[in-house]
Design a protein around this ligand. Structure first.
Ligand SMILES: [Zn+2]
Length: 249
């Protein structure tokens, strides 16, 4: 129901409120899935656009990853999920890739876009961030393509869970944590108990403990059990300094 091979952006009925863009299926589940679930529970239309189908992964095939990403989409209560089927592990920021993504953004019309943090160990992750940002800019240019309406998202946020930088803010995902783990474990080819390549892929219990510890760390920064961190480049506007959350003492 979610996956569209020829996008721009097939299957979309109404604009999205929030679109998360990521390099690989299962990136969003690890970095901002709890926030997407929380926003869906608040009534917002959320979506995910994955750039690759993970064809270089040691386990599974692109077909299996797509099927699993649809199951994860259900767990995350997404209104839409698509995959651009760009080459995994050799993602390049070319004019044609930027233009294709700009066409998706015009079709999906999100108010908020979540991108990977712009510095990362995996080249696909920082390229996805760069491509996403530049595509959001292009999507707003009137003369880009006469056939479609220009659209520029109001806000770009960077999910910084793996970046080890001070977040601009943290979203409380305590009530969404279990659902987020269920979304991640929908990728049975990656996280199921299998003998092949097992030293690369820790068992589910180990993953649960690791992601739980990271979520606890960020939750602790805002005084809740589990949290997901984000960075934004703009300053945060505050209208009433007596109503700010998170105690100092
Ligand atoms: Zn990834």
């Amino acid at each position: 129901m979610f996956q569209q091979v020829n996008l721009a952006s097939a299957g979309i009925e109404r604009p999205l409120d929030i679109l998360a863009i990521a390099a690989h299926p299962d990136d969003v589940e690890q970095t901002c899935g709890g926030t997407l679930i929380r926003m869906a529970e608040l009534g917002y239309r959320t979506g995910v656009l994955d750039l690759t189908a993970g064809d270089m992964g040691s386990r599974g095939t692109p077909e299996i990853r797509i099927k699993e990403s649809n199951a994860a989409a259900c767990q995350m209560l997404l209104a839409w999920r698509g995959n651009m089927h760009l080459p995994d592990a050799r993602l390049e920021n070319t004019v044609s890739v930027r233009m294709s993504m700009a066409a998706e953004i015009r079709a999906l019309r999100p108010r908020v876009v979540i991108l990977p943090y712009w510095e990362a160990r995996h080249p696909d992750h920082y390229r996805a961030s760069e491509i996403g940002f530049e595509a959001c800019f292009l999507a707003g240019l009137k003369k880009l393509d006469e056939e479609s309406e220009p659209h520029r998202p109001a806000k770009i946020l960077y999910s910084s869970l793996y970046a080890n930088v001070t977040p601009s803010f943290v979203v409380d995902i305590s009530a969404q944590f279990e659902r987020r783990m269920a979304a991640l474990f929908a990728y049975d080819s990656q996280y199921g108990e299998q003998p092949e390549a097992s030293d690369l892929f820790p068992q589910q219990q180990e993953i649960r403990e690791r992601l739980g510890a990271i979520a606890r760390f960020y939750g602790n920064l805002i005084g809740v059990k589990y949290g997901e961190p984000f960075v934004m480049k703009e300053a945060m506007r505050v209208d009433d300094i007596t109503a700010m959350g998170v105690r100092s003492l």
